[in-house]
Write a protein that binds this ligand. Structure first.
Ligand code: ZN
Length: 210
């Protein structure tokens, strides 16, 4: 799933506990992705380009069921006992888990049960059907906006970022060569998407019901 719709998940959490601040929820739904970016920069995880598409070959530290659960538990403990905020601790932990669960639906078979064993490995593979991927993600993003009862501006943010993602979803073959040649490029693009969608969702979610 692309950054805008992970970010939209924070709207579901925010609506549920409407007193919660949005910023930590936006961080929670992308914590796993931020780790992926960091681990790719460090060379601990890696991807490849072959047969005209990007494959996330190795991402067991950021994206495995086990590490998702551990990250959710650690976040819960830190927020619950460190900041004495049980509601935020629960919502943050759900946000962290949401990322792995959603990625399981969209990713190729690249999400391991744990970093300690290469099998079993899961992924429903919607990413291999770009148009279907686009339609499902777009509908999900709109649903999050509707559930949150967001402003028109927020709706436009979700529409525009989803439409921008379409050419990336459809990208294949030679257009991926730069990612092969410069391995830091993909994590940087993803990081940029995370930051910019955080900014726009935060900004327009807080200008409520315009
Ligand atoms: Zn992810």
């Amino acid at each position: 799933m692309y950054a805008i719709n992970h970010a939209a998940t924070a709207l579901l959490l925010r609506k549920k506990e409407s007193t919660l601040p949005l910023l930590p929820l936006l961080i929670s739904v992308q914590l796993v992705e931020i780790l992926w970016v960091l681990f790719n920069y460090l060379g601990w995880e890696h991807f490849s380009v072959s047969n005209g598409s990007i494959h996330l070959d190795f991402l067991p530290y950021s994206h495995s069921i086990f590490s998702g659960v551990v990250a959710a538990l650690l976040s819960f403990c830190m927020i619950n006992w460190g900041y004495h905020n049980r509601k935020l601790a629960v919502a943050f932990a759900i946000g962290v888990l949401s990322h792995v669960i959603i990625d399981l639906i969209f990713h190729d078979k690249d999400i391991q049960l744990s970093p300690f064993s290469a099998t079993p490995v899961w992924g429903f593979g919607i990413i291999d059907y770009p148009i279907l991927n686009f339609i499902i993600e777009f509908a999900y993003g709109i649903f999050c906006w509707w559930y949150f009862k967001g402003s028109k501006a927020l709706l436009w943010v979700i529409i525009v970022f989803n439409v921008i993602d379409l050419p990336i979803m459809l990208a294949h073959g030679d257009s991926l060569t730069p990612f092969m040649r410069y391995p830091f490029l993909l994590p940087s693009v993803i990081l940029f998407q995370i930051l910019i969608t955080w900014y726009f969702v935060y900004r327009y979610a807080n200008s409520k019901r315009a």
